[in-house]
Design a binder for this molecule. Sequence first.
Ligand code: PLP
Length: 437
Amino acid sequence: MTEQRRVLRTEIPGPRSRELQARKTAAVASGVGTTLPVYIERASGGIAVDADGNQLIDFGSGIAVTSVGNSAPRVVEAVHKQVEDFTHTCFMITPYEEYVAVAERLNELTPGSHEKRSALFNSGAEAVENAVKIARHHTGRQAIVAFDHAYHGRTNLTMALTAKNMPYKHRFGPFAGEIHRVPMAYPYRWPGGPDVCADQAYAAFTQSVETQVGVDNVAAVIVEPIQGEGGFIVPAPGFLKRVADWCAERDVLLIADEIQTGFCRTGDWFASTHEGIVPDLITTAKGIAGGLPLAAVTGRVEIMDSVHVGGLGGTYGGNPIACAAALAAIETMRADDLCAAAQRIEATMRPRLEALAAKYEAIGDVRGRGAMLAVEFAERGSAQAAAMAAACHKAGLIVLTAGTFGNVLRFLPPLVIGADLLTEGLDILDAAAGEVL
Ligand code: PLP
């Protein structure tokens, strides 16, 4: 395991990373951006080591993926064994146990005690596409309702579901049809204030769907229980439960997109649980497999099994190496109680972030759950989040930005990060605020 210590040997990025970035510019399509162009050679726990020997503290987890840590021991062992046994058969041709075992775990762990089935895919966007396919097929309806500030991916259908134009949708249309957008109960930015947010957002949701879409046309409502790329927006308390009840009373399916929130990230296995909702379909990816590409749709048996044989699948979906990694990652979460670890991270981070917000007027909101926390700057489109991120990067702390208005600084540390590194990262954030704000 890499020594769990921040070390700066060069400026960030260092000379070797700059050389590699020049090669990247000459070889890789420029539409594929890099947040922090340090080239990583090794990583584990809460540390990433770059090509210049710098050891950076990781508050990003590769966008909420390496929750069990990079190259987590159980994952490494399982992947090694699987690579030696076999690498691919295509589950749709000659199946294997690992796929079935991942489906069993998902059916057990996702919210609700009803009978479920799962199907595996490669990426979050692919899981969302399939959840929509399944919902339309089962209900015989076409309309999908998505929220302001939503992010569901970058493929054609998921671009249509994603709210933000730049950079995700700009000049990439036309988009898939029958997607309808409704307001999200976003307490911090709700025009009438947080106290009326849930009621007014729910009224806007029902009115819009009932009058503009028509309930009988709606296959599903899709929602992230905490919006990820939209800026870690935690819906106003009670809003999602009311939306879920509205769906259940009208045979409209509720799809929870837990691709970013799932697998202990928010202090529970799934963020739906915090909201007291049991989705009909749930999409997962990111944290599921400790860094290997895997995604899933899990849902009620009668919905999932409504699709004809051959209607779902793909060459690589549920690849055996990714499945072996997922089984090891899930075992790590269970054995090491990473839900409790996420709660401990929140207990350390939240007071520090709230102290920052109390000290600097520029910070308007602190929010999130577990190890999915963010600060939003009061000014829309302000450059402060980017400036803070840049100051943190320079000091060897990987942080990410987010938000419809680009003014959110978000924190997604690996759930296995040590207490000392977490505190050191927060100290760097304090110093960056002192410099920038
Ligand atoms: N849905 C949510 C909530 C996400 O956060 C993401 C990725 O950030 C996606 C879908 C798309 O996942 P992927 O990038 O694996 O396609």
